[in-house]
Design a protein around this ligand. Structure first.
Ligand SMILES: Nc1ncnc2c1ncn2[C@@H]1O[C@H](COP(=O)(O)OP(=O)(O)OP(=O)(O)O)[C@@H](O)[C@H]1O
Length: 612
């Protein structure tokens, strides 16, 4: 302070000296006069800018001032202060998640801080804030509690985002969105998003075309900014998502089944903000489409991982790749068609069930079939649906019927295909009836329109820009804006293990559906057009047959094995069984004296069973 006074008087002396020499010290005087407000203004600006970092000091200062007031005028209030402290700290610990403290560690920190500040205040009221050791306790406590605050990742991210968005008017000017305003912003684990109120006459399309400039202005990576229309469809708003850490950078392992009933929404993967893609499949038809290698079968596997966990769903499947894709699930699938003829018979029977259930609903005076383990929903998964259209055109008529009438009786179709053109989908009714559409990467923009619907590419749905397998856009009643998602990934071992575990709890087809099938079969017999053997796999026994089919393949391969025997890996490839199942079967067969280990890890059937 004294130094400051000395320098000021020195400045005045200098000014007098300068005047003596005829020099007007105007600039100096002006600077001196403006110095104080300038310092105050820039200090206030810095305090405001760093308010988050300074928060621990602000809280400590408020605690000190409140302590002084309490001590001076309300010292007898100390019991009330400690009771209020206990109540507030307890409330933060229990209900903290409702005030944006989602993680237990954050709630713990808030509770400890509240308890510390309240206890200090109580002691300050009782003893006086400057009674030793209270000042030291406040100083040390503030520093200790400030460290986690300063280090907290989410807080630092929020502050960084606030500072970036504070410069929005300049950014908006530079990217061609002058007049737009940031209305709200949310920071999450993967980056942040903000709602933009567009300027007069600006459209979401303007914001979309500004994306590359926005990426540059916000300092993100290329492709790090997404612009979407808002869910409420307001034309003068847009949501901007800035991705700092891409949750899709690596494959996301399937976390296990997310549902136990078809009435719950299935979790297929994650959106770019890390939110799960939840989609209900009850009474809905689905389409999984995209170019070869885009991840459709992976997506179908995830769906099956969840559906096989539900005891109120019966699964039938069509796999014209000779069962290559769906065979691993055969122990959970009630009926699997691998030829066009079988597919036609399967879909025909599904229509019979649909009619039977519709009649039953009418008799009961009910509108819809409510799935339960006794009355399960029937879901038909058709892989490579396009091939069905070319190889079994009659099957498409049945599929068409299911697509149009299957919702109420809970008979639904999920089709996977590379390109759902009118030709490939047979009748276009099937495509237009698909309520849930997952569009994986496509080669050209017009394929996006084909899968998602006319005009969707123009509206910002760009599946041709998806850049890794498993990434998709989803269009469903609850997903009507284009958000990139990535499906979970299930490796082969996970598929095998899941299928084996879920196979033990599969439901049986309900009595109404069985009666309808029996009635249709005897009617066909009376008319002499019963299906030839092999055209129809029995709906009731196909699943039970699946392990048996595997066993007979296993036995055939062991029987035909060369002298030196066959390895477990070869058996795995030939049968589609998992390694543990094969070992179990081999040990059973060995105990029965039907196989022997020719050499280490090589097996062969004993064609002359050991009498011992
Ligand atoms: N969700 C995913 N995350 C990461 N990688 C994936 C994902 N889904 C699929 N892949 C990878 O992409 C490859 C191709 O996937 P998939 O067989 O599911 O494609 P597809 O669209 O069914 O192809 P096709 O039509 O030729 O059968 C898989 O072998 C896998 O390595």
């Amino acid at each position: 302070m004294s130094r400051h006074r000395t320098s000021r008087s020195q400045m005045r002396r200098n000014a007098r000296r300068m005047r003596r020499y005829g020099v007007e010290p105007m600039a100096l005087i002006t600077e001196d006069l403006e110095f104080a407000p300038l310092v105050i203004a820039s200090t206030a600006r810095a305090v405001w800018r760093y308010r988050s970092e300074l928060a621990p000091l602000t809280v400590a200062a408020s605690d000190l001032v409140t302590g002084m007031i309490l001590r001076r005028w309300f010292s007898e209030w100390w019991p009330t202060v400690i009771i209020a402290t206990v109540i507030v700290a307890g409330a933060v610990a229990i209900w903290g998640r409702w005030v944006n403290l989602p993680r237990p560690i954050e709630r713990g920190y808030a509770t400890v801080t509240t308890a510390f500040a309240g206890t200090w205040l109580t002691l300050a009221a009782y003893l006086g804030p400057f009674t030793a050791p209270l000042p030291a306790v406040l100083g040390i406590g503030t520093f200790v509690l400030a460290v986690p605050w300063w280090a907290h990742r989410r807080r630092r991210a929020r502050v960084r985002v606030e500072r970036t968005l504070a410069a929005w008017p300049d950014i908006a000017q530079a990217v061609g969105l002058a007049g737009s305003r940031v209305q709200s912003a949310i920071v999450d684990l993967w980056g942040y998003r903000f709602r933009l109120g567009l300027g007069l006459g600006q459209t979401v399309e303007d914001a979309l075309s500004a994306v590359p400039r926005l990426e540059s202005a916000l300092g993100t990576t290329r492709g790090g900014v997404r612009v979407q229309p808002v869910a409420s469809k307001k034309a003068n708003r847009a949501d901007v998502r800035v991705i700092e850490t891409d949750p899709h950078a690596d494959a996301i392992a399937w976390p296990g089944p997310s549902i136990t009933s078809i009435t719950q929404p299935v979790k297929l993967g994650l959106f770019e903000d890390g939110a799960p893609v939840r989609v209900p499949f009850l009474r809905r038809h689905g389409l999984f489409a995209g170019m070869s290698g885009a991840g459709k079968s992976g997506g179908v596997n995830v769906l099956l991982g969840d559906l096989t966990a539900c005891q109120d769903v019966i699964l039938w499947a069509i796999d014209l790749k000779r069962g290559m894709e769906l065979l691993p699930w055969s122990s959970c699938i009630d009926r699997l068609a691998t030829t066009p003829q079988e597919a036609e018979a399967l879909l025909a029977d599904a229509v019979v069930i649909l009619d039977g259930r519709a009649d039953d609903l009418t008799r009961r005076g009910e509108r819809v079939w409510e799935p339960s383990p006794e009355r399960p929903a029937l879901i038909i998964i058709a892989d490579e649906y396009a091939e069905l259209a070319s190889e079994a055109p009659r099957a498409i008529d049945y599929a068409d019927s299911i697509a149009r009438r299957g919702r109420a009786p809970a008979v639904n179709l999920i089709a996977a295909t590379q390109r759902p053109s009118k030709d490939a989908m047979g009748k276009s009714a099937v495509r237009s009836q698909m309520d849930v559409r997952l569009c994986f990467r496509v080669r050209e923009p017009r394929d996006g329109d084909l899968i998602l619907g006319q005009g969707m590419v123009k509206a910002g749905w760009h599946p041709h820009k998806l850049d890794a397998p498993g990434k998709f856009l989803i269009s469903a009643p609850e997903h009507d804006i284009p958000r990139r998602a990535r499906a979970y990934l299930m490796d082969d071992a996970r598929v095998q293990a899941t299928a084996e575990r879920h196979a033990e709890h599969r439901p049986a087809l309900d009595a109404v559906s069985l009666a309808a099938l029996d009635a249709a079969a005897s009617m066909a017999e009376r008319h002499g057009d019963a299906p030839v053997d092999g055209e129809r796999t029995s709906p009731r026994h196909a699943r039970q047959d699946a392990p048996k089919r595997g066993d007979s393949v296993l036995w055939a391969v062991l029987r035909d094995a060369p002298e030196k025997g066959i390895t477990v890996d070869e058996l795995k490839t030939a049968t589609g069984m998992s390694r543990p199942t094969i070992y179990r079967r081999l040990s059973q067969l060995e105990n029965d004296g039907r196989v022997r280990q020719v050499s280490r890890g090589r097996w062969r059937a004993r064609l002359d069973p050991d009498p011992a």
